[in-house]
Design a protein around this ligand. Structure first.
Ligand code: BGC
Length: 763
C-alpha cells in the first residue's frame, strides 16, 4: 500500500498536478510541485527533510547489527531523513535512495552530500593552491571534474566551496580557502559555484554546491580551530561576507553555517546572518545546513540550555537542516505540537530543501546520479587527469630564482632529488581528499624522471624522515626529529650532482580541519638537512609542499631557487616537472601573505594604517611606533607576489581624470613590458586606497586584476575601470556607498610593488 501511495504521489508531483500556463517559469512550476507535496506531508515527515545523517555502513552488504545503523535504516524508511552524507559509490548511494524512495510513505529522494573539496578521485590542487592561479578557469574546470566524478558515484551535493577569508596561517583550514583577500575570494567563489553547478542543476554531471562556513570561521582566535571569534561588523561586512554574497548571487544551492560564535551568538543561532542578511537582504532562496553537530554545540557554547532550546533557536534563526546533531529530530515536533514554534517557520525550511531536490531532478529520477557505468569511466579518467595537471602547473608560485637557476635542463645535468616528500605519492593528494586512492599521486621524483631525457641522471635520497602509516586522524603529526640516519647518503648524493631538487614542507595532514599549529616553520630535520646540503652544493632548488603559508626565512636567506607547489593533487609530480624544466613558465601569485615568523600572525596586506604606522623615516630606531623589536612588520613574501622565468617592467601609470563623481567612472592604465627572453604571463593587480573615511579604511585593497601573456619585448597597456562601486564599502551604520575625498590607485605585479597616483571623488 505504502509503495502504491508513493508511486501515485510521485506521478502527481512529476506532472505538477496543476496545468502549467505558457508564461509559467520553471521556478513557478517547481514552487507548485513543492506546495503540492507539502500539502501531503505530516509534521514528522517535514522534520525528516531537515535531518542530515552520516552514512558509515555498507549499503550493499548486510545491515549491521549495530543499533545505531539499524536506527538509521529505520529512520530513512520512515521518511525521517532528508539527506545523507558520506554514503559512497554508485551502488551504495542507489541503495540509500531505494530505502527512502521505495519504503517511505511519500518516497521523497535523499540529498547525498559529501566533502568534494578539491576533487573526488582525481585530485586538483588544494583550493589555496588553485587560488594562486588567479585564474577562474582553473577553479571552474577543476570543480567540473570533481562534479562529474562525484555525480557518477551518486553524490548530488558537495560541501564546497569553502570561502572563508583567512589571515592566520596557524589555522589548518587555510588550505581549503581562497586566501586572505575578499576580492580574489569572491572571484573564486563564483568560479567554483559555476563549476560544480553548471548552468542547470538537473544536469546529471553537475551537483549542488554549498558556500561555507557562514560566517567568519576563519577568524578563530589565535588560529585555533573551533575557537571563539570576535570580529567587528566592519570586518565582517567588508572582508568576510563578500565571497558569500557572490556565491548567493551565483545561485549556490546551499549555505553551511559555522562552528563559531559571532558577537556572542553561535552562527546557528544568528538571525542577523541567516534571516536578516542572507534570506532577507540577499533574498537567498536556497537552504542553510548546520555544520557537523553544531546545532547541539549551542548548548556547549552556553547559548541554549537543552535540545529543545537549541532546536528552537536554530530554526528560528534560519538554520534549515541539522547535520548530525539530531537536535531537530528530537525537538521540532514537540516545539510544533506545544505551539512554541510556528509551523510557517518549519514549512519555510522544508520548502527550501525540497526545492533543491526538485531542481536537481531527483523527483524525476532519484537514481540519475547513481551510475555505475559512468562511474567506471569517469573516475580518474585521462581527461580529468589532464585538467588536474594543467591546474597544477598554473597554481605553482616561483618565490625566488637567483641567477636563473631555474629552469633546469632536461639533459646533461646530474639531478639529485632529495627529501621524503619528493618520493611521496600520497602527500600531494592533500587534506580533504574525498575518494582519492592512497598513494595515488604522481610523486615529484616520478615527475622529474618522466621529464628528463635520461632517467639514470636522476638519483633519489630521502634525507629526513616523514612520519608514515595512517596519518589522517592522528593528532600529533610531524616530521621525525633527530633521525640523521639518511643524512650521509643524501649529502654524498648532493655532492656528486649538478643540481639538487630538495622537497620540503608539510605532510598533507598537518593542515586541514583540526590541524592548527603554533609553529609554522619547517619541522623535524628538514632545515638541518638543508644546511648540510648547502655545504656541498649551492645549486639547490626547494619545492615547497604545504597547505598554509609557512615561515621560511631560512630558505629565503640561503636557497637560490624556491617553488611554492602546495599539495598539488594527482598530477603533482608532472605539473611540478613542467615548471622545473621550463615547459611551463610559472605564473602563480600568492593568495596569502607569507610571514617571516609565526609571531607576525595574523598578517595580511589590507590592514589599517593605525595612528603610529612605521612609515615615518624620522622614527627609525625609535620605540614608540607600531612594530616588533625583533622582526620587521612586512611579510617575507607579500600577497600577490610571484616571479616568472621572464621579467616584467611597469611604467606610465595614468588616469583618465584626476576627479570623478559618484555617477561617473575613470580609467587607470599602466604599460607592462616583457623585458626578459621568454614568453610569460603576468597578473597585473590594481589596488585602491581611500585615505579618509567615516570609519578608517585599509591601506590598500585589491579592486581588479588582469592576467596577460607577453612575448619577449612585447608590451601592453592594461586598463582598469574605477566606478563608484569600486570605491564603496559598508560604513559604520552598515549602509553601503562611497565617500568623497582623496583616493590612491596603485598598480603593479604584487601588493607591495606598485606605481601609484591619486584622484578625488567629488559630489
Ligand atoms: C566541517 C565541514 C564539513 C563537515 C562534513 C565538518 O567538521 O567543518 O566543513 O563539510 O564536517 O564533513
Amino acid at each position: 500500500m505504502k509503495q502504491i501511495l508513493s508511486v501515485l504521489i510521485g506521478a502527481l508531483i512529476v506532472s505538477g498536478c496543476i496545468d502549467s500556463s505558457p508564461t509559467e517559469t520553471k521556478t513557478d512550476r517547481t514552487g507548485e510541485r513543492v506546495d503540492s507535496l507539502m500539502a501531503l506531508m505530516t509534521v514528522a515527515e517535514k522534520v525528516g527533510q531537515l535531518n542530515l545523517y552520516a552514512g558509515g555502513w555498507e549499503f550493499t552488504g548486510p545491515v549491521p547489527e549495530d543499533t545505531g545503523n539499524q536506527k538509521k535504516y529505520d529512520m530513512i524508511k520512515s521518511g525521517g531523513v532528508g539527506a545523507m552524507l558520506n554514503v559512497l559509490t554508485a551502488d551504495g548511494t542507489r541503495e540509500a535512495q531505494k530505502l527512502a524512495v521505495e519504503n517511505s510513505r511519500l518516497g521523497i529522494p535523499l540529498l547525498i552530500g559529501y566533502d568534494v573539496i578539491h576533487g573526488y578521485q582525481t585530485m586538483l590542487p588544494i583550493p589555496l593552491g588553485q587560488a594562486a592561479s588567479w585564474d577562474a578557469e582553473v577553479a571552474r574546470s577543476g570543480a567540473q571534474v570533481a562534479a562529474r566524478e562525484a555525480s557518477a558515484s551518486g553524490v548530488n551535493w558537495t560541501f564546497a566551496p569553502m570561502i572563508d577569508i583567512v589571515r592566520d596561517a596557524r589555522w589548518g583550514r587555510m588550505m581549503e580557502s581562497p586566501g586572505e583577500d575578499p576580492y580574489l575570494a569572491s572571484y573564486f567563489s563564483k568560479a567554483w559555484v559555476d563549476g560544480f553547478q553548471g548552468d542547470d542543476l538537473s544536469n546529471p554531471t553537475s551537483i549542488a554546491a554549498c558556500a561555507k562556513h557562514f560566517a567568519a570561521y576563519g577568524f578563530a582566535e589565535a588560529g585555533r580551530d573551533y575557537n571563539t571569534v570576535d570580529i567587528s561588523m566592519q570586518t565582517l561586512y567588508n572582508v568576510v561576507l563578500p565571497p558569500f554574497k557572490t556565491a548567493s548571487e551565483a545561485g549556490v544551492a546551499s549555505f553551511m553555517n559555522s562552528f563559531n560564535e559571532i558577537g556572542g551568538v553561535p552562527a546557528n543561532g544568528s538571525s542577523l546572518l541567516q534571516r536578516t542578511l542572507l534570506k532577507g537582504d540577499w533574498d537567498y532562496q536556497g537552504f542553510v545546513v548546520s555544520d557537523w553537530g553544531s546545532i547541539g554545540e549551542m548548548i556547549t557554547h552556553g547559548y541554549a540550555a537543552d535540545t529543545l532550546e537549541a532546536g528552537y533557536k536554530a530554526i528560528v534563526a534560519g538554520s534549515d537542516m541539522d547535520m548530525e546533531a539530531r537536535v531537530y529530530e528530537n525537538s521540532l515536533e514537540t516545539l510544533i505540537s506545544t505551539g512554541q514554534l510556528n509551523l510557517e517557520i518549519l514549512d519555510d525550511a522544508v520548502r527550501r530543501v525540497l526545492t533543491i531536490k526538485f531542481d536537481l531532478g531527483l523527483f524525476d529520477d532519484p537514481y540519475k546520479y547513481c551510475d555505475a557505468e559512468r562511474e567506471k569511466k569517469e573516475l580518474g579518467s585521462s581527461e580529468n587527469l589532464a585538467i588536474a595537471r594543467e591546474a597544477g602547473r598554473k597554481s605553482i608560485v616561483l618565490l625566488k630564482n637567483d641567477q636563473n637557476l631555474l629552469p633546469l635542463k632536461k639533459k646533461g645535468q646530474k639531478i639529485a632529488v632529495i627529501g621524503s616528500l619528493a618520493s611521496s605519492k600520497d602527500v600531494p593528494l592533500g587534506s580533504w581528499r574525498a575518494q582519492a586512492v592512497t598513494d595515488g599521486a604522481v610523486s615529484l621524483l616520478e615527475g622529474i624522471q618522466n621529464a628528463v631525457d635520461n632517467k639514470s641522471a636522476v638519483k633519489f635520497s630521502q634525507g629526513y624522515t616523514l612520519t608514515s602509516g595512517n596519518r589522517e586522524f592522528v593528532r600529533e603529526l610531524t616530521f621525525v626529529e633527530g633521525d640523521y640516519s639518511n643524512f650521509d647518503q643524501a649529502i654524498a648524493l648532493a655532492k656528486r650532482s649538478d643540481v639538487v631538487v630538495l622537497a620540503l614542507g608539510e605532510d598533507c595532514f598537518q593542515s586541514g580541519e583540526g590541524r592548527s599549529q603554533t609553529d609554522i616553520g619547517l619541522k623535524g630535520d628538514q632545515l638541518a638537512l638543508m644546511y648540510k646540503l648547502l655545504e656541498v652544493n649551492k645549486n639547490i632548488v626547494v619545492t615547497l609542499m604545504n597547505g598554509r603559508s609557512l615561515a621560511i626565512s631560512e630558505l629565503d636567506e640561503n636557497i637560490p631557487a624556491i617553488l611554492e607547489v602546495w599539495h598539488l593533487g594527482s598530477e603533482a609530480g608532472n605539473a611540478i616537472a613542467d615548471v622545473l624544466f621550463g615547459d611551463y613558465n610559472p605564473s602563480g601569485k600568492l593568495p596569502v601573505s607569507f610571514p617571516r615568523n609565526v609571531g607576525q600572525c595574523p598578517i595580511y596586506y589590507n590592514h589599517k594604517n593605525g595612528g603610529r604606522p612605521t612609515t615615518n623615516p624620522n622614527d627609525a630606531g625609535m620605540v614608540f611606533w607600531s612594530h616588533y623589536t625583533d622582526a620587521p612588520n612586512s611579510p617575507l613574501y607579500p600577497f600577490g607576489y610571484g616571479l616568472s622565468y621572464t621579467t616584467f617592467e611597469y611604467s606610465d601609470l595614468a588616469i583618465s581624470s584626476t576627479e570623478m563623481n559618484d555617477t561617473g567612472e575613470l580609467s587607470a592604465s599602466i604599460r607592462v613590458k616583457n623585458t626578459g627572453s621568454v614568453a610569460g604571463q603576468e597578473t597585473v593587480q590594481m589596488y585602491i586606497r581611500d585615505y579618509v573615511g567615516s570609519v578608517t579604511r585599509p591601506v590598500k585593497e585589491l579592486k581588479g586584476f588582469e592576467k596577460i601573456t607577453l612575448n619577449p619585448g612585447e608590451e601592453r597597456v592594461v586598463k582598469f575601470t574605477i566606478s563608484n562601486e569600486t570605491l564603496s564599502y559598508y560604513r559604520a551604520d552598515l549602509s553601503y556607498g562611497s565617500e568623497p575625498g582623496k583616493f590612491a590607485v596603485m598598480i603593479g605585479g604584487n601588493s607591495q610593488k606598485t606605481l601609484m597616483t591619486d584622484f578625488r571623488l567629488v559630489n
